[in-house]
Design a protein around this ligand. Structure first.
Ligand code: KG4
Ligand code: ZN
Length: 338
């Protein structure tokens, strides 16, 4: 089975073609970062309009990259949610119309399931069951994953997502949008012991997170400092250390609670090098295997949607003849693969 996947839930337009036998055979991605940069964050209406402009050219690009045409596509998967309603509707309408016009089955994929399964695109994919830390711009969640579609939420952020806290702290330090990767870069030149921020909610039981206080600590420290370039790097470093340490403590706790020896990282913050190195170094000593997607598959892309869609379409799942877009959607409500 050959599946065309379309991602348009936020500010990246992604198209990819996944073949059940050959793997990922073509992809194209366009990031709207420059478009939103001057506003310091994603402007939903501008995002939708840009998806409209970019989606069809990207479709041609992905097909050319795969050296195939629409006639060889067996099914179409698209991100149905969660995400920005207008942005989702663009991908959903194009995908559903294309599928209808060619008489193909189509399926609305859960964006976070796409992230969660992205490390399966790797040469050394994790086996089930595992614990998944999903850290994106909108979500920070720990799941026990028994199989595709069997997701047990263990804990989540009660306020800001980790990526959101990265972006807000970066903005306050005067960095451009999206600040997460820029803050991580700045942190590299910080002095590790200059400041120490708290590790929120780690001194009590449970697997929930809270990152908004950490963001406030960073802001307060920055305002009280001399606001030099070195101070900015030191604040960035202390912030990143605190987030990474907190995520590490909770992952270890989740692994102990579930008795699992496998941890899978998913979502945009999973691209953070400090997080990747620390989790592997520390948890490796506990004989825990840590899996990550390739850096480019941590952030939004079409490949993860084509792949997750392919697994479900192969199992015979497909949507009725309707355009499916759900800005809010609980991943635990997804059906299991039979
Ligand atoms: O998964 P994603 O592409 O979009 C959502 O589904 O939310 O995640 C984007 C988030 C942003 O908050 C971005 O700043 C953050 O991931 N991010 C990073 C890094 N790369 C992306 N945060 C920290 N360090 C990075 N290297
Ligand atoms: Zn995402």
């Amino acid at each position: 089975m050959r599946v065309l996947g379309i991602e348009s839930s936020c500010d990246e337009t992604g198209v990819a073609i996944y073949d059940a036998e050959q793997g990922l055979i073509g992809e194209a991605l366009y990031s709207q970062v420059a478009l939103h940069a001057e506003y310091g964050g994603v402007v939903p209406e501008l995002a939708s309009r840009d998806h409209v402009r970019k989606l069809l050219p990207l479709l041609d690009e992905a097909l050319a990259d795969a050296d195939c045409d629409l006639a060889s596509i067996d099914a179409i998967a698209y991100t149905a949610g969660p995400g920005l309603m207008g942005a989702l509707l663009v991908g959903a309408s194009v995908a559903r119309s294309l599928a209808w016009s060619r008489g193909l089955p189509s399926l609305g994929v859960h964006h976070l399931e796409g992230h969660l399964l992205a490390s399966m695109l790797d040469d050394n994919p994790p086996e089930f069951p595992f614990v998944c830390l999903l850290v994106s711009g909108g979500h920070t969640q720990l799941f026990e994953v028994l199989a595709v579609g069997q997701y047990q939420l263990l804990g989540q952020s009660l306020d800001d997502a980790a990526g959101e806290a990265f972006d807000k702290t970066a903005k306050m330090l005067g960095l451009a949008y999206p600040g997460g990767p820029l803050l991580a870069k700045l942190a590299e030149s910080g002095e590790v012991d200059a400041y120490r921020f708290s590790r929120p909610m780690t001194n009590r039981p449970g697997l929930d997170f809270s990152f908004s206080g950490l963001k406030t600590q960073a802001i307060t420290t920055w305002k009280k400092s001399s606001q030099s370039a070195q101070c900015a790097a030191n604040v960035a470093c202390a912030f990143e250390e605190a987030v990474v340490d907190t995520l590490l403590i909770k992952c270890r706790r989740a692994l102990q609670q579930t008795g699992s020896q496998r941890l899978v990282i998913a979502g945009g913050v999973g691209a953070n090098r400090n997080l990747r190195q620390r989790l592997r170094a520390v948890l490796g000593k506990d004989q825990v295997e840590v899996f990550y997607p390739r850096i480019e598959f941590c952030t939004d892309n079409g490949a993860m949607i084509a792949y997750a869609g392919c697994l479900r379409l192969q199992a015979g799942q497909c949507d009725e003849l309707k355009i499916n877009a759900q800005p809010r959607w609980d991943m635990q409500s997804l059906p299991a693969l039979i």
